[in-house]
Design a protein around this ligand. Structure first.
Ligand code: UDP
Ligand code: UDP
Length: 463
């Protein structure tokens, strides 16, 4: 029987920008459908979340992040702020200490119909069970990466391959060739074991026992992979994206009174009719000083215009370069509105680490990608963007490997290829087609909107 009042969905994003931003977009889509939305977070992450939802009726509840965890520095509640990603697993594992507070807070809410929580918060499945409601997983990954990670983990096609750069075929996907370097530890290990593997198994188990996956992607982008997953024994995948289109670009945003420096700079390039390459590697990637300098060198030699967003720990090494390159490039270190940058008419290429949000945002702005994956499932995203979709050009090392030091010469050449070459032109044409499909998917009767309606009906009204 349908509940009398409106459904109430609890969202619990993981504590990093890349995992939080898409769920905030999802919150908007749910609110627009008359659903009550409560977002759980922690004290230090709360201002960002509250700030992003001020114009909505979303409820935000702050939990206390566990204190005094031996490995973790005090005052850090986001993986974006960890001094090193080697602390990622202790960070994730410590989140379970919020369970009691989370469970108590859930009991104070009325009419909760479903919990949608991040794949790294596997313990929230037990909270949902106790409450007697379904838990859906938000994975932040696309279906291509999920399907391939699953196939490789189960069949281990790389079990007898020593070289990290020797191609092998992915079982079930005969047209896809990977190397062990495309996989992140522990997946790249032919015989994985130890803490990292136990961590993966624990999360995957909780997620596979959950009631579905909410995916920031759309059916038309990766049909074969969605169908593959939905034909398998795992929970159903629901493609409801690109979530960055939740704030429809068709609504003209009022111009802010104060124009950020990068916006002025892009406007100036546009007025001169000069295309710009946007360079950014997300909020997590760790780049060595040598590699930063090589990027600077490569950008300078390519002679293209560039807007480069550098994380604070890199900026000090680029001061001289910043001055020297100022006619061609702007190097900044601040939180930018990446979606606004990508949508700016002057931006016609994106050198990206291929974080899935960045990739979706680039596709939605019809900007082709210079794919330079760094970690997590980014190498798979890069393969998908370049080989499946044809919307990008890859950055490779001198010996053709997808991982390792990239020379300034390679950066110069691939930047030119993307901005001025034949491959860049093809990618630019292809990405426009996917942009159009993405917009359609998010239209009222498009595949992603319809999927979200069905998901709500299934989890909120049938349970
Ligand atoms: N982002 C932003 N401004 C910044 C840096 C990042 O808006 O200065 C956003 C970006 O648009 C994307 C998210 O942060 O939505 C980063 O997610 P992604 O998956 O691309 O990479 P991650 O940071 O998780 O590696
Ligand atoms: N903050 C913090 N630790 C965290 C998360 C946030 O100290 O784990 C602080 C951060 O230093 C800043 C504020 O909370 O003063 C907002 O942080 P956020 O990451 O949202 O934004 P940014 O670092 O880009 O300003």
């Amino acid at each position: 029987m349908a509940p009398s009042s409106s459904p109430h969905i609890v969202l619990f994003p993981f504590m990093s920008k890349g995992h939080t931003i898409p769920l905030l977009h999802l919150a908007r889509l749910l609110l627009r459908r008359g659903i009550t939305v409560t977002v759980f977070t922690t004290t230090l992450n709360s201002p960002f979340i509250r700030g992003s939802l001020t114009d909505t009726k979303a409820i935000v509840i702050d939990l206390s992040f566990p204190e005094n965890i031996p490995q973790l520095p005090p005052g850090v509640e986001s993986t974006d702020k960890l001094p090193s990603l080697s602390l990622f697993i202790p960070f994730v594992n410590s989140t379970i200490l919020m369970q009691t507070e989370f469970d108590l807070a859930l009991q104070t809410l009325s009419n909760v119909t479903c919990i949608i929580s991040d794949g790294f918060l596997g313990w929230t499945r037990c909270s949902a069970l106790k409450l007697g409601v379904p838990r859906l997983v938000f994975y932040g990954m696309n279906n291509y990466a999920m399907a391939i990670s699953e196939a490789v983990s189960i069949s281990r096609p790389h079990a007898h391959i020593d070289s990290l750069d020797e191609p092998f075929t992915v079982p079930g996907f005969p047209w896809i060739k990977l190397t062990r370097n495309d996989l992140e530890p522990p997946f790249n290990d032919p015989n994985p074991k130890g803490d990292r593997w136990d961590f993966v198994i624990e999360q995957v188990t909780a997620n596979m026992q959950s009631n579905g996956f909410v995916v920031n992607s759309f059916y038309e982008l990766e049909t074969k992979f969605v169908d593959h997953l939905n034909a398998g024994p795992g929970p159903k995948v629901w493609c409801v994206g690109p979530l960055c289109l939740a704030d429809s670009p068709k609504i003209v945003q009022p111009q802010p009174k104060y124009k950020p420096i990068w916006m002025e700079w892009l406007d100036e390039k546009l007025s001169k009719g000069e295309p710009v390459l946007y360079v950014a590697f997300g909020s997590q990637a760790e780049i060595t000083v040598e590699q930063l300098r090589e990027i600077a060198d490569g950008l300078e030699k390519s002679k293209v215009n560039f807007l480069w967003v550098v994380r604070s720990n890199g900026l000090e090494y680029l001061e001289e370069f910043k001055k020297r390159a100022k006619d061609k490039g702007l190097v900044i270190n601040e939180w930018v509105d990446q979606v606004a940058i990508l949508s700016h008419q002057s931006v016609s290429g994106f050198m990206s680490h291929c974080g899935w949000n960045s990739a979706m945002e680039s596709i939605c702005a019809a900007v082709p990608i210079l794919a330079w994956p760094m970690m997590a499932e980014q190498h798979l995203n890069a393969r998908m963007l370049v080989e499946e979709l044809g919307v990008g050009v890859p950055v490779l090392t001198k010996n053709g490997s997808v991982r390792g030091f990239i020379s300034s010469e390679c950066i110069e050449n691939t930047v030119k290829e993307l901005m001025e070459g034949k491959k860049g032109k093809e990618a630019r044409e292809n990405v426009k087609e996917f942009r159009d499909l993405a917009m359609k998917a998010m239209d009222e009767d498009g595949s992603s909107s319809t999927t979200l309606d069905l998901l709500i009906e299934e989890v909120c009204w049938k349970n």
